[in-house]
Structure formats: structure tokens, C-alpha cells
Design a protein around this ligand. Structure first.
Ligand code: PLP
Length: 418
């Protein structure tokens, strides 16, 4: 029972260093967040010891009476938070949730139609090296080359052309809301199932600040660790009883063995927290922060420096900076921001003239800083720092000092030691 620092000082040091990094940098990777201490506690608990193959009340192992309570709470809370009749909370990750979804609603060889990866789609929506692209005949719709928006006429044309069995609405890098009713109508027209992957915007949906896909989709999948801010994991919702049955058997035994009961307990707590007024306040600050950032990156001085924002703004928790006319490419911009203490990821813009390892864009998100406590004033300051850092003549060391003022004012996990 010796502590980690004694058992494995090298790994203990990694934990210490990572905590320091998270404290000292401003985290603006759009898919990241900070879990509350309660989630760290649930995830670091003895529930990790328990095998519980099966579902609550129907396990293949003895001694599941307490983990059953945790999973039932997670299921009921997910259903109530999102207004769905069915929830499966066992997927280890977003990708494994998506694998289960496709195996439940499609047969290998079927055609699936999703957003093109380089236009903001996800690997699991049909990328050729991913299971989704290997097992299924993946075709895609892209964004409009002028507006960078998903054009529902194009989605309909592609659906009529390819007659997919599954249409996927969802994204990893898209700054606007999708029209779920229009997707539903197209799916009905071509006899496809509609699957919405709300991994990125689920927290906004839970807060009532983004339209819910649940009334429109046959299946909705999500992660818990992005805007929701819970443990790294996935879940699946549906209102269709037949699909629900298939989803359960395609998660277990279809995709997974024993569920991660410590993570499922943490999911239950996350869904509980997501129903509180503080959660809505956090999502509101997240959205306002992204809008402030978009504003700052479309100001005259940013545009003069060759920086712009795809679609001219945002409706969600992220902004896609467009560097196609900037002397800085995505890699250089990511490095410059790292130097001032801001973590983002470079991202291809649709029709990107630069190669994927370099790119002409940045994906910048506000969820983690909203969790850290940022409001309008701090988001304005960090947006100004980003805009300044993206200018060719930027004084990076003075910008680093401004970032330090922000990190000092909003201590992360005060009192926590790893
Ligand atoms: N779906 C979407 C839309 C995502 O953006 C992501 C994560 O980036 C995933 C699924 C996969 O989640 P995970 O990384 O947990 O497998």
C-alpha cells in the first residue's frame, strides 16, 4: 500500500509534471476540459477492481450489487438529462461508442455518408484507415467552398446519389450548428438511419444552449470528456426500442468485455452535475468566450495580419482560425501560442493548400477555460493575447507574462497534489 511516489517515482513524476503543465498553460484544445475533483475521486476508486460484464441486474459475475447502482444511476441520469428513452453508458470512449453504433444499425459493406474528415468530420465517420472506412463503404459530403458551411442541398444530392444505409451528422471541427430536422428529412427520403455524433457539443445540448438531436436521430452517440467535462469515455442514446436492444448487444458483447465501473460511476456524477445551474452558467461562458475570440480574430488588425475565422464566427465552443493568407502556417501558429503558454491544435481548413502536418488553421476552444472560471473579461484578454501572438512581429515574452497573470488568477485544482 505504498504511495505511487515510492512504488514508481518515474510515473509519479509524470503526474506531477502534467499537473504543473495544466496549471501553467491556458488549455484551449477544443476537445479538452478539466474534470472536477469528485470525478478524479470516482475514477481513482476501488470500482476499478470490479468485473461486471453484462448490464445492471443481468451480470455474468457475482458481487455486482453496488456497481449495479452506479450504472443504473448513470443510465437514468443520462436519459433524463437528454430526454431519451434509452442510454448505454458502457462505451470506453467515443470511438468505441461509434463502433457499436455502426454495428447496430449497419452491416459491413453498407454505405455510410458522413462529413469529410478534412472538412471537420471524425475518423470514425468513414476514414479509410479506421474501422468505419474499412468495414463500410464510406462516402462523404463536404462544406461549401465559399461559405464553409454544410449545405443541406449537397447532403441531399449525395444521399440521393449514394443511397446510404446510414447518414452521419456530427463533427470534430465545425463552428456552426447542424440542421437535424433537415438531416432527418433526407434520411427518410432515402430510407437511411440517422446517426448524430454529438461528442463535441453534448454539453451545450445538456445546458439547453444548442438544439438537441435526440428527437430527430435514430441514434445519438457522444463522449463525456469534451464540453460535458466528465471522465474520458462515451455513451449512446436512442428513442427506438429495437435499435436500443441492438445497441446493448453491440456494445457488450459486440465491442467490449468488462465495463470500466470506476469510469461509469464518474459518468453518473458528471450527468448529475450537468443538470445543475452552475453547469448552464459554465456552458454560457464557454459560448460567450468563443464568440469573443471570433470577434477578436476577425478585427481589422487580425485580418491585416492574414488571420481570419472560418464562417466568420461561431455558434459553438470553438473557433476555426483561418491562416491561409497568414505568413504563419498552422504549425508555426501552434508553436507561437505554445511559447506564450496557450495550448491549441493546428487543424486543416477545408480545401487546405498546405499539407496535413502543417495546415493553414487552428482549432481553438473555450470549454476548459470556462471550467477554470473564465468570464468575458478573461476571454477578452486571452483573445487579445492570441491575436497579438499570431502577428509576425509578436513580442512573445511579454505575451507569456500576460498569460501568467491569467493562470495565477485562476488556480487549477488548488491544494491538489499528485
Ligand atoms: N466523435 C467525435 C465527433 C469526436 O470529435 C471524437 C473525438 O475526438 C470522437 C468521436 C472519439 O472520441 P474518443 O477520442 O473518446 O475515442
Amino acid at each position: 500500500n505504498a504511495p505511487l511516489a515510492e512504488v514508481d517515482p518515474q510515473i509519479a513524476e509524470v503526474l506531477e509534471l502534467e499537473l504543473g503543465r495544466q496549471r501553467d498553460y491556458l488549455e484551449m484544445i477544443a476537445s479538452e476540459n478539466f474534470v472536477p475533483r469528485a470525478i478524479l475521486q470516482a475514477q481513482g476508486s476501488v470500482l476499478t477492481n470490479k468485473y461486471a460484464e453484462g448490464y445492471p441486474g443481468r451480470r455474468y459475475y457475482g458481487g455486482c450489487e453496488y456497481v449495479d447502482i452506479a450504472e443504473s444511476l448513470a443510465i437514468e441520469r443520462a436519459k433524463s438529462l437528454f430526454g431519451a428513452n434509452f442510454a448505454n453508458v458502457q462505451p470506453h470512449s467515443g470511438a468505441s461508442a461509434n463502433a457499436a453504433v455502426l454495428s447496430a444499425i449497419a452491416t459491413p459493406g453498407d454505405t455510410i455518408l458522413g462529413l469529410e474528415l478534412s472538412h471537420g468530420g471524425h475518423l470514425t465517420h468513414g476514414m479509410k484507415l479506421n474501422f468505419s472506412g474499412k468495414l463500410y463503404n464510406a462516402v462523404s459530403y463536404g462544406v461549401d467552398p465559399e461559405t464553409f458551411l454544410v449545405d443541406m442541398n449537397v447532403v441531399r444530392e449525395k444521399a440521393l446519389e449514394h443511397k446510404p444505409q446510414v447518414i452521419i451528422a456530427g463533427w470534430s471541427a465545425y463552428p456552426r450548428q447542424l440542421d437535424f430536422a433537415a438531416f432527418r428529412a433526407i434520411a427518410d427520403e432515402v430510407g437511411a438511419k440517422l446517426w448524430v455524433d454529438m461528442a463535441h457539443f453534448a454539453g451545450l445540448v445538456a445546458a439547453g444552449l444548442h438544439p438537441s438531436p435526440v428527437p430527430f436521430a435514430d441514434v445519438v452517440s457522444s463522449t463525456v470528456h469534451k464540453t460535458i467535462g466528465g471522465p474520458r469515455s462515451g455513451f449512446i442514446l436512442s428513442n427506438d426500442a429495437d435499435i436500443a436492444k441492438k445497441l446493448n448487444s453491440n456494445v457488450f458483447p459486440g465491442q467490449q468485455g468488462g465495463p470500466l465501473m470506476h469510469v461509469i460511476a464518474a459518468k453518473a456524477t458528471s450527468f448529475l452535475l450537468a443538470a445543475q445551474p452552475e453547469f448552464v452558467d459554465r456552458q454560457e461562458r464557454t459560448l460567450r468566450g468563443a464568440a469573443i475570440l471570433a470577434d477578436r480574430l476577425t478585427a481589422d488588425d487580425s485580418r491585416e495580419a492574414g488571420v481570419d475565422v472560418l464562417t466568420g464566427g461561431t455558434d459553438v465552443h470553438l473557433v476555426l482560425a483561418d491562416l491561409r493568407t497568414s505568413p504563419l502556417d498552422g504549425k508555426q501558429a501552434e508553436d507561437a501560442l505554445h511559447e506564450v503558454g496557450i495550448t491549441v491544435n493546428r487543424n486543416s481548413v477545408p480545401f487546405d493548400p498546405r499539407p496535413p502536418m502543417v495546415t493553414s488553421g487552428l482549432r481553438i476552444g473555450t470549454p476548459a477555460l470556462a471550467t477554470r472560471g473564465f468570464g468575458d473579461a478573461e476571454f477578452t484578454e486571452v483573445s487579445d493575447v492570441i491575436a497579438a501572438a499570431l502577428r509576425p512581429d509578436a513580442d512573445l515574452s511579454s505575451l507569456r507574462a500576460r498569460v501568467k497573470t491569467l493562470t495565477d488568477a485562476f488556480p487549477l485544482y488548488p491544494g491538489l497534489e499528485q
